[in-house]
Design a protein around this ligand. Structure first.
Ligand code: LLP
Length: 421
């Protein structure tokens, strides 16, 4: 489903002209589509129909309260990685009983709060963390549900910064050492071992590493079940990729089907376990874009630059990962001379670009849409160069609502102070 489309030579989000949003709210501005968001969540839910499962949307991908609230209304659970994300989920009406807590560095306070809130499971990433969680659960007098996140050592064939399932990665417990960790967890009085978790990386476009990781995790699950562990679930993490450019990622349906087929054929008794997924990007990635305006065109001897009002502080992915986002004009009415541009922002860094060598027919004042920016866009924005963060807007049919207003400059230093004389 594509909720962003051209009609009468104008780019629309559902039934709203992006130019109207820019006119009312200014730029840069993130725009999301409610219909697309709901459609993407539903694709996972439909593929898992009839199967005991829990889809825990990865909050880190886009943690706007409106996004979380819409997903909570559809029955989504949530994968969190901090106490802050837990507070967001609760504020957005999410059900704590559907929350899994991932991350290598949970603090005692975060564990305390999550346990008191009654989350579904802690995805524990080290033996040291098990000991601390056991202490907290003892203090609270409430057993902590635990899955051990294992690192299955498969190559997800993605960007090295977002690969997490290799031996050299900081994430999870080496699958070869997992048995000892599970025995340790079982021996701790305030923990209840309920599952196994894994997550091998993000923006996966190939199913082979997913199935390989599943095989390894299932092998471990079956050994644990044989040893009398009372596992309830397998958490297969997130990671399904989206199309930014030429990628051809499997659909959520094909991805889930590959997993269900493998479970049915090779699953052993582990095949009956509840399945938990933590998709982030595949739900929100293509449901949002970043709207920006061309400030200046600059024609150098080697390059043409389109200087726009969005920058790396608004969308970090190109600068950080050399990620490719399509950049497309919002209005295509007037025929213009096509030139190759580097689309760059006002931030004082050579790495501040949104796209290199883009064929565009534009003039100063034109609006551009940087697409596929619904995931890891607004959440990774910063105030570098004292730039207020952009507003976020949710389009719903022929209406739109600001779901995060633009920051003011005064807010940016309101918590700072100068030394007394
Ligand atoms: N579960 C765990 C434990 C994770 O670490 C992640 C992502 C997810 C689920 C969700 O993965 P997804 O379905 O969104 O691929 N900032 C990077 C992506 C970092 C992903 C980190 N972990 C980017 O902009 O590409």
């Amino acid at each position: 489903m594509n909720s962003f489309s051209y009609r009468d030579r104008q780019l629309y989000a559902e039934n709203v002209r992006l130019a109207d949003i820019a006119q009312q709210l200014g730029t840069p501005c993130y725009v999301y589509s409610r219909a697309a968001l709901e459609d993407r969540f539903q694709a996972f839910a439909d593929a898992l129909k009839g199967r005991d499962h829990l889809v825990c949307y990865a909050v880190k991908a886009n943690s706007n309260l409106a996004v979380l609230n819409l997903l909570a209304r559809l029955g989504s659970g949530f994968d969190i990685v901090s106490g802050g994300e837990l507070e967001r989920v609760l504020a957005a009406g999410g059900d704590p009983a559907k929350v899994v807590f991932s991350g290598v560095g949970k603090t005692r306070d975060e564990m305390h709060r999550a346990l008191a809130a009654g989350i579904y499971c802690f995805n524990v990433e080290s033996e040291a963390e098990l000991e601390v969680l056991n202490e907290i659960a003892g203090e609270l007098g409430k057993p902590a549900p635990v899955a051990l996140r294992v690192n299955p050592d498969v190559d997800p064939a993605t960007h090295p910064y977002i690969a997490t399932g290799l031996k050299q990665s900081k994430f999870g417990i080496d699958i070869a050492q997992a048995m000892t960790a599970f025995e340790r967890a079982r021996s701790l009085p305030h923990l209840r071992v309920t599952g196994i978790a894994c997550h091998i990386g993000s923006q996966l476009t190939d199913l082979a590493p997913v199935v390989e990781a599943l095989d390894r995790v299932l092998g471990l699950a079956n050994t644990l079940l044989d040893k009398g562990f009372t596992l309830q679930h397998l958490d297969l993490g997130g990671g399904l990729g989206i199309r930014y450019n030429e990628e051809q990622p499997p659909s959520p349906d094909a991805y889930i089907r590959a997993i269900l087929d493998r479970l049915a054929s090779k699953g052993g008794h582990g095949r009956k376990l509840r399945l938990v997924f933590e998709p982030g990007r595949a739900i929100v990635g293509n449901t949002g874009l970043l709207l920006t305006r061309v400030l200046y065109l600059k024609h150098g001897s080697e390059k043409n630059f389109a200087v726009v009002d969005a920058a790396m502080n608004d969308l970090l992915r190109p600068a950080l990962y050399e990620a490719w986002h399509d950049i497309t004009p919002v209005a295509v009415d007037a025929p213009r001379k096509m030139l190759k541009y580097d689309v760059v922002g006002p931030v004082c860094e050579s790495g501040d670009f949104l796209g290199h060598d883009r064929e565009l027919g534009i003039e100063a004042g034109d609006l551009l849409a940087v697409v596929s920016a619904g995931a890891y866009g607004a959440v990774m924005s910063s105030n570098y160069n004292t730039r207020p963060r952009a507003p976020e807007v949710m389009v719903d049919g022929d209406r739109f609502q600001v779901v995060r207003r633009r920051e003011t400059v005064a807010e940016l230093f309101a918590s700072e102070s100068i030394l007394p004389k």
